[in-house]
Design a protein around this ligand. Structure first.
Ligand code: SER
Length: 611
């Protein structure tokens, strides 16, 4: 059964159980400072689980299902084995205060054994057996899940585990979480030397976890306290690639079509320098194919190569993928095209962005080659004496150089030399210390980003005057766009985010449905009408409360200084904003919507530009 068929069957099954089908959100979560990337299907539904929003109002159902793009760095060192991945797709069904344990387990069982016809004797379940005595947060055993499972499985195939295995979440330090039950598949049906103690989660390779059902009832605060959520929820996640591996009777996820063509493209690149089918080569191929795929998906979701946050993750996996090749001068278009071809039907964005992804990859590759070629002795000279702890000459004449984590970070931030590369060059350092420096750096750059409030990054020295001016024009156009969207779609339209660069504006807003071509045309027309009207743009300073009372639109996620500036465009739009803006709308130029799509549950994204 192919990936496409599995996705379809999953969605069809849950639609038949009255679930609303929701598109995957982007890999960069919207307005969620607790995580860098989307690691689970539940993330886009967090406002519903937390009781902040009503799913009926936004999505017309308390039952939701999705196939979600996910990216996890937690397993990065495991990638190269048979089942771990950084990028993967997660099949998930969710209940927001609707059904709970009984139906959650029943649906999973029915889908696996009836729809997919997975033989029941291969299936095992785990449940939460409670937290160990003496823990600050004491949770009791999930007797209820254990009992529900006994309808489907003999007791000896239902194993209890502690919080390490069977208490899920939250992703990040705070958020919704709860005990879980997992379904594992018995690959070999042969216990290891542990005999009866060879159970799911055994490290011998007998089992593979396929589906995690979270009974999401708690909220974990930043201080580590647990409280009950307003309602009891279900959050499930099943790895598509692992399921395909089982259904296709393959020994690894890399032998399913999620990878075969990508691997083939790398393997048959004459410059790859494969020395035969050695185990090491297969491992390198698995890492390269996983990381290239992940890099393509991250870049398609607008992550840019950088030394921080999502950009650093992209950089790290891309460079690590490159490291798997023996010779420089690789043809990057081979793996990129293979990923796009395999996934474009489900994720059409990939095909549209193939050229820009490739161009970016090529640029990054050249930058990386430069770093690779940097001589160790040259790098060493850049470091202050206190950064170098010791140097040991090995018999081959190659030095092992012990440096501080801070010094390693300095090489990283100046040259973009990654942890892996620095190690390859012979540097040794405490990774934890490096991470600490990285964290400090992040905090500083975040503070920097926040202090740019309202300025849309206009302070960046990298911008030319023409680019600054374009950004200012796009900024005023964004105000017109918000008001025009409210005119056409109704006052429920609310800004969820905005981002402007010299090429385009990006505006995220809450709205349940895809816009029709007529609606898009109408919005465009209104904005252009206001531009033609050459309306004056003015601002007034006033206390925050007065501004809100006057009906000015505010973006609730933003922290505004008080008093605030209220920008008016003629008498058409009125918004709290830090500026800057053009003086008259006639300066904006022609407004054009480039795209409109969903980025998260109930949230649409418009990209537009001015000419
Ligand atoms: N949130 C759970 C997981 O990621 C189930 O979707 O495993």
């Amino acid at each position: 059964m192919k990936l496409a068929e599995i996705r379809k069957k999953f969605l069809k099954f849950f639609a038949s159980k009255k679930h609303a089908l929701i598109a995957s959100s982007t890999l960069v979560p919207l307005n969620d400072p607790t995580v860098l990337l989307t690691t689970a299907g539940m993330q886009q539904f967090k406002p519903y689980f937390l009781g902040e929003r009503d799913p009926i109002k936004d999505l017309r159902s308390r039952r939701l299902a999705s196939v979600q793009k996910c990216f996890r760095t937690s397993d990065i060192n495991e990638v190269g084995d048979l089942t771990h991945l950084t990028f993967f797709e997660m099949l998930g069904n969710f209940s927001v205060g609707d059904y709970f344990k009984k139906e959650g387990i029943a649906y999973a069982w029915e889908f696996l054994t009836k729809t997919l016809k997975v033989p029941t004797q291969r299936l095992w379940a785990t449940f939460f057996k409670g937290s160990p005595a003496g823990k600050k947060n004491k949770f009791s055993a999930d007797q209820e899940a254990f009992e529900h499972w006994q309808k489907y499985l003999p007791k000896n195939k239902i194993a209890g585990f502690g919080p390490e295995e069977n208490f899920w979440g939250p992703p990040g330090k705070t958020g919704p979480c709860g005990p879980c039950t997992e379904i594992h598949y018995d690959l070999t049906q042969t216990p290891c030397e542990k005999a009866d103690a060879c159970l799911p989660n055994c490290e011998c390779g007998r089992f593979v976890e396929i589906w995690n059902l979270v009974f999401m009832e708690y909220f974990k605060s930043t201080s580590g306290e647990y409280s009950e959520l307003p309602h009891k929820n279900i959050d499930t996640g099943m790895g598509l690639e692992r399921l395909a591996m089982i259904l296709q009777a393959k020994a690894s996820v890399f032998q399913t079509e999620a990878f075969t063509k990508i691997i083939q493209k790398i393997e048959t690149d004459p410059r790859f320098g494969l020395t035969g089918n050695s185990l090491e080569d297969s491992r390198r191929l698995r890492i390269a194919s996983d990381h290239f795929k992940g890099a393509v998906f991250l870049r398609a979701d607008e992550v840019r190569f950088s030394n921080k946050e999502q950009g650093y993750i992209l950089r790290r996996i891309f460079r690590r993928a490159c490291d798997q090749y023996l010779h420089p001068g690789m043809d990057l278009s081979r793996p990129v095209r293979a990923v796009v071809r395999e996934y474009q039907e489900v994720y059409p964005d990939l095909a549209n962005k193939q050229a820009e992804i490739l161009a970016d990859f090529q640029k990054e590759y050249l930058a990386y080659e430069k770093v690779r070629n940097l001589n160790l002795q040259v790098l060493l000279k850049q470091l202050p004496p206190e950064g170098i702890l010791s140097q040991i000459a090995s018999p081959e004449g190659v030095s092992k150089i012990h440096i501080t984590g801070k010094a390693a970070f300095q090489l990283f931030s100046t040259y973009g030399a990654s942890i892996d590369q620095l190690k390859q060059k012979g540097f040794e350092f405490a990774e934890a210390e490096f991470e600490l420096e990285m964290e400090k750096h992040r905090t500083v750059s975040r503070a920097g980003a926040e202090s740019k409030f309202g300025g849309h990054g206009l302070n960046s020295a990298a911008l030319s005057d023409v680019e600054r001016e374009k950004i200012t024009r796009l900024h005023t156009a964004t105000h017109l766009l918000q008001q025009a969207l409210r005119d056409v779609l109704g006052e429920t339209v609310k800004q969820e985010g905005s981002d402007i660069n010299p090429e385009r504006l990006r505006f995220d807003f809450r709205f349940a449905e895809k816009l029709t071509p007529e609606q898009i045309a109408e919005v465009e027309e209104i904005v252009n009408e206001k531009i033609d009207g050459d309306l004056p743009v003015t601002f007034q300073e006033m206390p925050y409360a007065d501004a809100i009372k006057s009906g000015a639109l505010a973006f609730f996620k933003e922290k505004y200084p008080d008093p605030v500036k209220v920008y008016s465009v003629g008498d058409y739009s009125k918004e709290l904003c830090g500026g800057p803006h053009v003086e008259r709308t006639g300066q904006i130029g022609e407004f054009k919507i480039l795209s409109e799509k969903s980025v998260s549950a109930g949230i649409r994204r418009i990209k537009a530009t001015v000419a």
